[in-house]
Design a protein around this ligand. Sequence first.
Ligand code: KG4
Ligand code: ZN
Length: 348
Amino acid sequence: MTEPLVLGIESSCDETSVGIVRGEQLLANQIASSVELHARFGGVVPEVASRAHLEAIGPTLRRALADSGVDLGELDAIAVTAGPGLMGSLVVGLSAAKALAAYLNKPLYGLNHLIGHVAVDLLDHPDGEPARPIAQPCLALLVSGGHTQILRVDDITSKVTEIGTTIDDAAGEAYDKVARLLGMPYPGGPVIDKAAASGNARAIRFPRGLTAQHDLERHRFDFSFSGLKTSVARWVESCRLEGREVPLEDVCASFQEAVADVLTAKSVAAAQHFGIGHMIIGGGVAANSRLRSLLEERTAAAGIELRRPRPGLCTDNGAMIACLGAQVVKAGLAPSGLGIGADSGLPV
Ligand code: KG4
Ligand code: ZN
């Protein structure tokens, strides 16, 4: 069988993206981000994101086709994010995908965004070289502005289980909120990461959410970042009340250490608990320098193989959905049909 040629559309948050793959070969991955429109609000504004998707989807589709040299008529299938994500954003991508599938009379696959973040690792190999299969089972740590999850992947197309999740804020959301309270711009991750480089990560001991013994009983592999954010806010406030200057770099480094510590400790513990020797990390926060170094250190010490797709594939993109679509086509799964709806809380 020749490798399926699949176009994937992603519009679950603030990136409008269209990717095209042939099996595990990446042919195009065009991304239009509305992040700058949200910057002055300090976070993604759903209404603004939906409008931006509507404007960007046509041009992004055209650019992806031009970039890949693929004609619409050659496609074997259309894949699209059906959830989870912002409802108004999801429907823009789904509508475009349905129109394409109906016009071309090709199968439509509505897919789970989170699983796309794992599947994308298949695309990360040098041109012309075969893809490395995803070892199964493997554990995926997904950390972005919208999600913070530990997934167990037994079969990328049909058996993915959530092992842990955040009970409040996502890790990236915590970065964005802490940046805001420190007077730093949105998105907060990259600026905190940079400031932390010249700070002392041991200066302040911020709390590691859900690590107390009584929390571990119910939330062994879950996360909580809202207490951490409040703790940073209190610490900064106490500086102001005492008339002390806020040591910005130290606060950033100590906050970053708390996030990286709890993410790595719990994901490595989950891998060990389930006897899984492979881990994939994805999402925008996977770009964080401390998270990367600490995870490399702790996975190596535990004998776990760590895979981290390149940063451009870690953040939201259409290629990850196209790639998962190609896997689903190869597995012979039934298409979703044109009646599929969007599900903002779609479970894995
Ligand atoms: O995956 P992504 O591009 O979009 C979604 O949220 O789905 O992730 C964006 C998030 C933002 O919260 C941003 O602050 C965070 O990823 N981020 C980082 C870094 N770069 C981006 N967080 C920590 N360190 C970074 N270097
Ligand atoms: Zn995502």
